[in-house]
Design a protein around this ligand. Structure first.
Ligand code: URP
Ligand code: ZN
Ligand code: ZN
Length: 461
């Protein structure tokens, strides 16, 4: 199958230029102005539009088990919604059950995705302990193409690992070329604050945020960076939510430490005030780390623009309001943490970033596609518009105006974090490995066409 995208403006992380894009089968074969259409080629007219590499969301939780419940989007509904929004590849988090082998989690998450995912996908491995050959398991998992591990400094009762484990995992990651993703919050201090709040009868959703102060995040960022430096490893701080955490990241990068970081639209656009919404609606905004006072947002935008934050991901982890968030009525600690966003990332970053003059088009492409591809071993197959790259392409129409919300969205959840937000700019046509999977608001892909991506170790792209 041959496709020619004509008359568009190709935007990559480096440059913006008028050029056509020729695709044969699953790959881009040529990018230049004035390509003649080969006989029989499908022509896509991109006049007035940008032609960009498909979005890569390196922080998702599809079908994620959490106690008795699961996140409400599975690999079918979540990747379909992602495609509508212009995302053509995700890296989801598989969780090692405590005391079990990492291989079991890897196999389980592959089974969850196979036959369901509509776009390509990879996995990070959440490490919950090293008993029973965990370090050797890490090597095996890297050989399988899972080249990043996540560690939690929060949730002492379920996911947190101690500093010694962090050090060991980082040392091993430095040896086998993996990147350690860190959930940086001081879980032990937070647990004391939570216990105290509950004892004082403070049970409303807002206490989720008040018991997880920015300094708990900043302290953990500082500690994880110090441990990474002692281990000679790189560290990637996930879902940075506060100015305080970003300040730690900047200081570390300024002295040359191998520290990378992401933030997510919710921390750029929502605030702790949303947790105060009446009728328990604040529960919709219970995310971890929590939403912060508005004044943190400007610092995060600056971080994205100046490069201290390299990636914009979503942390898509949806739970229905009606029956899942509702589990925490009367006790904020029982509200499942997380919110939906996999579909909205590009349009929000575009509207509030590019349209409002905070980000250039090229910086936008870097944040949502190229930088995540490079950091997580997908580049240059993904994250690039160039001969030889996968034809994961978004034809982006800067003129489309949309109202974000449940009525216009495709995520399997009964609320939107951004209900009523008016945005301009959206994916008109989305190609995944050369196949048009979304066009003019219609889904043309199919469940199960997405492929597992064996990712390369750090430093290979
Ligand atoms: O609230 C969130 N972010 N839930 C997902 C788990 C995590 O920490 O990323
Ligand atoms: Zn996390
Ligand atoms: Zn997460």
């Amino acid at each position: 199958m041959t496709t020619l995208i004509r008359n568009g403006t190709v935007a990559t992380a480096r440059e913006t230029r008028a050029a056509d894009v020729l695709i044969e089968g699953e790959r881009i074969v040529e990018v230049r102005a004035g390509i003649q259409a080969p006989a029989g080629a499908t022509i896509l007219d991109a006049s007035g539009m940008y032609v960009m590499p498909g979005g890569i969301d390196v922080h998702t939780h599809l079908d994620m088990p959490m106690g008795e419940i699961r996140s409400s989007d599975d690999f079918e509904t979540g990747t379909r919604a992602a495609a509508f929004g212009g995302t053509t590849c995700i890296v989801d988090y598989a969780t090692q059950a405590r005391g079990a082998r990492m291989r079991d989690a890897f196999d389980a998450w592959r089974r969850m995705a196979e036959g369901k995912a509509a776009i390509d996908y990879g996995f990070h491995m959440i490490v919950t302990g090293l008993a029973g050959g965990g370090l050797a398991d890490m090597d095996e998992i890297v050989r399988e193409g899972v080249t990043s591990f996540k560690l939690f400094m929060a949730y002492p009762r379920s996911l947190m690992v101690d500093d010694g484990t962090i050090f060991r995992v980082m040392e091993r990651a430095a040896r086998n070329g993996a990147l350690v993703c860190m959930h940086a919050e001081n879980g032990l201090v937070i647990d004391v604050l939570v216990e105290r709040a509950l004892a004082e009868g403070k049970t409303a959703p807002a206490y989720h945020a008040l018991t997880r102060p920015p300094l708990a995040e900043a302290e953990a960022v500082h500690r994880s960076v110090a441990i990474a430096e002692m281990a000679g490893a790189a560290v990637y701080i996930v879902h940075v939510s506060s100015r305080d955490a970003l300040d730690e990241i900047r200081r570390a990068r300024d002295r040359g430490a191998a520290v990378f970081a992401e933030t997510c639209p919710q921390y750029l656009l929502l605030s702790v005030d949303d947790l105060e919404r009446p009728d328990f609606e604040g529960a919709k905004y219970v995310l971890t780390p929590p939403l912060r006072p508005r004044e943190h947002q400007a610092a995060l935008w600056t971080g994205l623009r100046d490069g201290d934050l390299q990636v914009a991901a979503t942390d898509h982890c949806p739970f229905r309001f009606a029956d899942q968030k509702a589990l925490g009525r009367g006790d904020f600690t029982k509200i499942p943490n997380g919110g939906p966003g996999i579909e909205n990332r590009l349009q929000l970053l575009w509207h509030y970033g590019v349209n409002q003059g905070r980000l250039s088009v090229n910086r936008f492409v870097d944040l949502v596609s190229t930088a995540p591809a490079r950091l997580f071993g997908l580049y240059p197959n993904k994250g690039e518009i160039a001969a030889g790259s996968d034809a994961d392409v978004v034809i982006w129409d800067p003129a489309i105006e949309q109202t974000v919300g449940v009525a216009t969205g495709h995520m399997r959840v009964d609320y939107s974090l951004y209900e009523g937000f008016q945005v301009k700019g959206a994916a008109r046509t989305v190609l995944s490995r050369g196949e048009v999977i979304v066009n003019a608001g219609r889904f043309l892909g199919r469940a199960g066409r997405g492929r597992f991506q064996r990712r390369a170790p750090l430093g290979s792209s």
